[in-house]
Design a protein around this ligand. Structure first.
Ligand code: TPP
Ligand code: MG
Length: 1030
């Protein structure tokens, strides 16, 4: 339509009653009053104006139109777009409305408004859908694969044609605002042509970064991201920033090249193909430090580890090079060096100055080859750091986990770790995950290793935003890293940075990738490195000169060479890992003092009273009230102490002494067997009360934590192990629901708990409570697989530790037996012994993992009670000193504890046993009246093996047959462990008659226990009779 005609019709329209207001179509938030004021009213043509020209008459418009027709460039840009809109059929009434709205003071541009008024409701809806489609699926067409060989179908919803738009709509203007939306859809956005909108969406979502966040349910979080992602003008890096990125990339890239040249035949799991990991990590650290982070704890796999150690954590390169030459680290005067580990598993820590002059403490945890197993361990350590540094905001301590694409998608512990993200007693305020996504796992393609489009999809389950970045584009990587750090600091939840890259060489440097990925490796061969790509880009941009870049790379090369030369004279220090909390703790080669674990009675009473108190006005369940009354009776010595109370007394006294106590696991608050009641619930209000948090008035908040965990073993136990790593003055306990389920955490037992100190010189005092015992509950509720843990104990079965009998009662007569072993294994039978066992864990100058094969039926067994005097600090034998935990409990008839007790020649048999079967054996003996013939000795601690005490018992009974009795099948339980050790003792005492240690127990079996109750009872009787019958 010719403009002159439009002008005339506009004039006509203005004299008549108001028509539907165009503005109403695009204002969604206005309240009624506001809408009222926006009702259009008639205005005189003479009053029409526009913001950029004063021409208001139709003559002027006609002239303008003519000029536009002969040369579109000759008119103002905005007029130009107006005329273009007219060509696509603007309704002239709309022009009138728009001019009127403008007259009313609306800040909408009149001419654009006129054009937009042509936008139908259907078009608006389709536009919204299209924008949403880009927000949801734009990442599918983002240029993420540096090699460009990944074939991904274009989702049809990203094609404007699906929404009915064609090329002729491209230059039409549209308004896109939506209520309470930020980014492209914000209400205050200017009107734009469809082309501009699409360009913006494609720039934002389909460039070298793909964003996934629309799975997040909270609008605030999505808006926060949209505002940053959909920014019209993304901030451009300054020259200084570009040089900084180039510098960091140079360090990363040239370090790998240097290593490749110097150690051509060594496995180092190089980072080539993902060199931008280093600038990414450094950005995460710098940005987080700016936002208040003071310590960052990291976990990572093999890929690029040496590079991260050298360039991020700043482990001295001399040391890295020296370790590569295979030198065993040793401190001055140190004899214990452990067994060591391959270099790409080692950790380190460092205080790093940041770009803005702050300092941040960095630590990279040592890890095993088992991919992802370190994840929960890092979280646990960070959580402990947050507790100790009173980091309530969880901003001072940050957790960063690096992953491989194959392992992130495949390993279940990844989900177990993610799932802890928002659990009150496990959260670390969000973890930043960085994935080195080289699109291959050893020789396996992604399509064979996961069912989801991305390796990161598991993180969607917890509403983490995911930023996929083409790792060839260092600037995009750095931008996404900043966004990730900002996200974590703002929202305190997990975020994932997926660096899509490639692996330049084989899985390791001596592996041939062409066997299995020929097409990919052909592409890699001719593909430039990220450093070359950036160099070219900077030269093309003309911002940084060739000389400036060369001076950076020359400096890197010079440093690498001088560090390499320095490695030859480098003196490694085995203990450079010790954190300040661990100062003064003894290594296995330094003899630790023995301390008493008994507690003055007044102290016991105070603690016991606090434990058994329920505040005024709190309405406990009537059974709980009874339990608490009984507990009060125990500290007032009206009745003996039971198992549950013994444990609480241990926790309570440790807390009162200023230690931190934490117990976590499935249903630990109440206790699976209703024995703990560490947290009680008001029956009217549902409120919780935790007596242990009210032991003393100056108790630090959070010093006691009992927390039901997620239904995980691997993840939660790993977390607690990490927690225990941080500070030795904490009793950290993980309890399996039943010990049978603990094997879900087997990797943590094998790779960390039992071997961590030997591999990484890291002590750990974690206590694992593993309910164990044969009560007829079938094959999965009977056995914590004691045999496996015993097998992992590293004590020599044929070596009796030297005994200094002069120190028998004063402690230390065994030297450093406990310090030299890897783990302690106990299956104790009395509450008092359990109390001392837990307290001993803290009251010593070293830390060792402790596995307690906790009883189930002893929790309520009438005989399994201890008088309060067994908990106090008065020695129960003359001259005795030191711990009160009894590694071995003598037969009830025996009293003399000296190394050479008076002989008991009348006894015909000594039955050695461990755990709750003792009470059944004792009952059977009583039934048979064999108290004078059969002695029953309880081995409360199986590892380290109490050689000294076993030999004492052998000496006590010169005529007795020595037998082992257990309720587990012969191939399980402690039998195979005790045989060589008992034989060693017998041999030492010259009493060995047969190497086949007499045995009373179940016969060997594939399954740990029968599923039939009556079979269980019959078998149990056979065991007991075999042990006692003589
Ligand atoms: C739990 C576990 N299973 C198997 C292995 C053997 N393994 C070592 S590396 C590797 C492939 C890892 O692929 P990815 O996670 O993508 O890391 P990349 O090597 O590609 O960086 C495998 C299967 C292992 N180390 N840990
Ligand atoms: Mg991979």
């Amino acid at each position: 339509m010719a403009l002159a005609a439009v002008g005339r019709r506009v004039g006509k329209q203005l004299g008549i009653a108001p028509i539907a207001c165009a503005a109403q179509k695009w204002i969604h938030t206005a309240g009624a009053a506001e809408q009222q004021s926006q009702q259009p009213k008639a205005v005189a043509m003479s009053k029409l104006k526009d913001s950029f020209l004063d021409g208001t008459s139709s003559t002027y418009l006609e002239e303008l139109e003519e000029r536009y027709r002969s040369d579109p460039q000759s008119v103002d840009k905005t007029w130009g777009s107006f005329f273009k809109s007219l060509e696509s059929g603007v309704n002239p009434e709309a022009v009138a409305e728009a001019f009127h709205a403008f007259e009313q003071g609306s800040d909408v541009h009149p001419l654009s408004a006129a054009a937009v008024s042509n936008q139908t409701i259907q078009e608006s809806m389709r536009l919204l859908l299209m924008v949403r489609a880009y927000q949801v699926n734009g990442h599918f067409i983002a240029k993420l694969d540096p090699l460009g060989i990944e074939q991904r179908p274009v989702p049809p919803e990203l094609d404007p044609a699906l929404y009915g738009f064609s090329e002729k709509d491209m230059d039409r203007e549209f308004f896109l605002g939506t209520w309470k939306m930020r980014g492209v859809l914000a209400e205050d956005r200017p009107i734009r042509t469809l082309r501009e909108v699409l360009d913006r969406l494609r720039d934002a979502y389909c460039g070298t970064t793909g964003y996934e966040f629309m799975h997040i349910a909270e609008r605030d979080k999505c808006n926060w991201l949209r505002e940053r992602i959909e920014l019209v003008e993304q901030p451009q890096a300054t020259k200084e920033e570009k040089m900084h990125m180039f510098d960091r990339l140079s360090w990363s890239s040239l370090f790998e090249t240097f290593m490749a040249n110097k150690y051509a035949a060594a496995k180092r799991f190089g980072l080539e193909g993902c060199e931008t990991l280093i600038p990414a990590m450094k950005t995460l650290i710098d940005r987080s430090a700016e936002l208040g982070t003071e310590a960052i704890c990291m976990g990572m796999p093999h890929r690029g580890r040496l590079n991260v150690l050298a360039n991020v954590v700043r482990k001295p390169m001399k040391q890295i090079f020296s370790e590569f030459s295979g030198v065993q680290p040793k401190s001055e005067g140190d004899t214990f060096t452990g067994t060591g580990d391959v270099k790409y598993h080692l950790g380190t820590s460092y205080d790093r100055p940041t770009a803005t002059g702050k300092r941040v403490h960095l630590s990279l945890l040592a890890n095993p080859s088992h991919l992802e197993a370190v994840d929960p361990v890092v979280l646990g350590k960070v959580r402990a750091k947050q507790y100790y540094s009173e980091d309530k905001e969880r901003l001072k301590n940050l957790c960063i986990l690096m992953h491989g694409d194959g392992s992130f998608a495949g390993q279940g512990v990844v989900y177990e770790t993610l799932d802890m993200s928002q659990l009150p007693e496990y959260t670390v305020g969000g973890t930043i995950h960085v994935i080195v996504n080289n699109q291959v796992a050893f020789t396996t393609d992604p399509k064979k290793s996961r069912s989801s489009p991305y390796c990161t999809d598991v993180a969607k389950a917890l509403s983490a935003p995911i930023f996929h970045v083409n790792a060839d584009d260092v600037e995009a990587v750095v931008r996404a890293s900043k966004l990730a750090a900002d996200w974590r600091a703002t929202w305190k939840t997990d975020v994932v940075l997926d660096l899509v890259c490639y692996r330049r060489y084989g899985h390791n440097e001596i592996d041939e990738p062409m066997f299995t990925q020929p097409i990919m490796y052909q592409a890699i061969r001719s593909h430039p490195t990220p450093l070359q790509i950036y160099e070219k880009r900077l030269l093309e941009e003309g911002v940084v000169s060739k000389e400036e870049m060369s001076s950076i790379t020359d400096n890197v090369q010079t440093t690498l060479s001088s560090e390499f030369d320095g490695a030859k004279s480098y003196k490694p220090d085995a203990k450079d890992w010790l954190s300040s909390y661990w100062k003064g703790f003894m290594g296995p080669d330094q003899l630790a003092r023995i301390r008493n674990t008994g507690v003055p009675k007044d102290f016991l009473r105070d603690v016991g009273t606090a434990i058994s108190s329920i505040p005024e006005g709190f309405n406990p369940h009537r059974m709980i009230k009874k339990v608490f009354e009984q507990r009060r009776g125990m500290v007032e010595e009206r009745e003996d102490v039971d198992w549950g109370m013994a444990e609480l007394l241990a926790f309570g006294t440790l807390l009162a002494e200023g230690n931190h106590v934490r117990i976590s696991g499935q249903d630990v608050e109440r206790g699976t067997f209703s024995s703990r009641h560490a947290v009680i619930h008001d029956q009217k209000t549902g409120e919780r009360y935790i007596p242990m948090q009210h032991i003393s008035s100056n108790q630090k908040p959070g010093s006691f934590a009992a927390s039901n965990s997620s239904l995980s073993e691997f993840g939660i136990m790993g977390f607690e192990l990490g927690y225990a790593l941080e500070n030795p003055n904490s009793l950290v306990c993980w309890e399996a629901q039943f010990g049978d389920f603990a094997n879900g955490a087997q990797t943590i037992f094998d790779q960390f708990l039992t071997s961590g100190e030997a591999k990484w010189l890291r002590q750990n005092g974690l206590v694992c409570l593993l309910p164990h015992g044969y009560d007829g509950q079938g094959p999965e509720h009977s056995s914590a697989r004691l045999e496996r843990f015993l097998q992992m104990s590293d004590e020599d079965p044929y070596m009796v530790p030297a005994v200094d009998e002069s120190k028998w009662f004063t402690g230390g007569h065994l030297g450093s037996q406990t310090q030299s072993i890897n783990i302690q294994i106990a299956n104790c039978t009395t509450p008092a012994n359990y109390f001392h066992l837990l307290r001993r864990q803290i009251h010593r100058q070293f830390r060792k993992p402790l596995l307690v094969f906790s009883p189930k039926n002893l929790l309520r067994h009438p005989a399994a009670k201890s008088p309060l005097k067994e908990f106090d600090d008065i020695p129960d034998d003359k001259g005795i000193q030191g711990v009160r935990f009894k590694r071995l409990i003598m037969d009830t008839s025996a009293t003399d504890r000296s190394p050479h007790p008076p002989e008991e020649p009348s006894f015909k048999r000594v039955v050695f046993c461990s755990g709750k079967v003792y009470y059944e054996l004792a009952a059977e003996r009583e039934k048979q009246g064999k108290q004078k013939e059969v002695a029953i000795v309880r081995m409360e601690q199986l590892a380290p093996f109490p050689y000294d005490l076993v030999m004492r018992e052998i000496r006590r009974y010169p005529n007795a047959e020595i037998m082992w009795s257990q309720e587990e099948p012969m191939n399980m339980g402690a039998y195979t462990y005790v045989v060589p050790r008992m034989n060693t003792c017998l041999e030492t005492e010259d009493r060995l008659r047969t190497r086949k240690l007499p045995y009373a127990g179940r016969k060997a079996s594939a399954s740990p226990a029968t599923g039939f109750g009556n079979v269980h009872a019959a078998d149990q009787n056979v065991v007991l009779e075999a042990a006692i019958d003589i």
